[in-house]
Design a protein around this ligand. Structure first.
Ligand code: F6R
Length: 327
């Protein structure tokens, strides 16, 4: 693979070293950093097309677990393109979506049902009877029964072959908010404040965001045979670091992926920015001390020792730099 361009633009942040390689000692789940969004979308689409072809040939159906939100949109666009080019057949694909707001009329423009049809299903040859999305219109008294039926339908389909996940700033996968147990199943949950705040723009204000949602549980997700968690953008960097390098904890549901035998985290450079191999690679292995990397290290060291980083940044760019060999 080619290395990303790390040249520094005038006035931009100091360039990082190439990030596709490097020691991964702190990463507790397989993590792939792909600088170009188009490459990331194509890679995931390739993997999905492969799994669909393999499973439909092997057992006459392929079961996909699907996510909504902004993260998978490019992948869905790429899948539509492949379908139009005759590169993939969805006629034997069975889908299960992770979640739906509650309450939510299925035909509401805010519903995840609408999102899935607009962004994928309307453009490929999936059979409507093979599509499963939690029903946000279910009366409350029938919810427990609906959730149990959702779990049964996944099991009857033979389990999920490939699960796509995004990650919320609360660390959620699906809508498994902080506190979700590793044994949780499809159920009604209360949305975290962070999640509702993030969704505010889609609903013309946080107050309009539903307070609850139906979500597959952590255990439901972890039963998928292959899992891809995708995160892009700097707003995801901190929570990605917790999920990938932190302790496994119900505080960050995505950290449970660390215990899965076939889970991969796919990141762009911005979402990977807090990982040790990107942020402080000198902690893992000897590095080539370019002026830019030295500056980053000096600022980091100043922050660690509580010195005002601004001062460190100023002096590191004006004075000759000493290699921070003590780091
Ligand atoms: C959506 C879902 C959520 C999102 C997550 C990231 O079906 O399950 O977990 O994947 O909130 O959302 P975006 O991609 O909009 O940043």
């Amino acid at each position: 693979m080619t290395r990303p361009d790390t040249r520094q633009e005038e006035g931009a942040q100091p360039a990082r070293r190439p990030v596709l390689d490097g020691r991964r000692d702190r990463e507790r789940v397989r993590t792939v950093i792909i600088p170009d969004h188009g490459d990331l979308e194509r890679l995931l689409a390739d993997r999905l097309v492969e799994v669909i072809a393999r499973e439909t040939a092997r057992r006459g159906r392929c079961v996909l677990g699907l996510a909504t939100g902004s993260t998978p949109l490019g992948i869905y666009r790429e899948l539509i393109r492949r379908f139009q080019a005759g590169g993939v057949d969805f006629s034997q694909v069975v889908t299960f979506n992770l979640d739906e707001y509650y309450p939510m009329r299925p035909d509401s423009p805010h519903s995840y049902r609408r999102y899935m049809w607009e962004n994928l299903f309307d453009h490929v040859n999936v059979k409507p009877e093979n599509v499963h999305i939690p029903d946000g219109g279910t009366p409350r008294e029938r919810l427990a029964e609906q959730c149990a039926a959702y779990e049964r339908a996944i099991a009857e389909a033979g389990g999920i072959d490939f699960q796509i996940l995004g990650i919320g700033k609360s660390g959620h996968i699906g809508f498994n908010e902080p506190g979700s147990s590793p044994g949780s199943r499809t159920r009604l949950v209360t949305l975290d404040t962070i999640t509702r705040k993030d969704a505010g723009a889609d609903f013309f204000g946080e107050d309009n965001v539903p307070r609850e949602a139906i979500t597959m549980g952590v255990a439901t997700i972890l039963e998928a045979r292959e899992i891809a968690l995708i995160a892009t953008g700097e707003h995801k960097a901190a929570i990605v670091q917790h999920a990938v390098e932190g302790e496994v904890s119900p505080d960050v549901a995505a950290s449970f992926l660390q215990g899965h035998p076939n889970a991969t985290v796919y990141l762009d450079v911005a979402a990977a920015a807090e990982l040790t191999r990107v942020k402080t690679p000198w902690l893992l292995e000897p590095v080539e001390w370019t002026p830019a990397l030295t500056e980053v290290a000096v600022v980091w060291l100043a922050e660690q020792s509580g010195s005002p980083s601004r001062r460190a940044r100023r002096s590191s760019s004006s004075a000759p730099v000493t290699t921070p060999s003590t780091i």
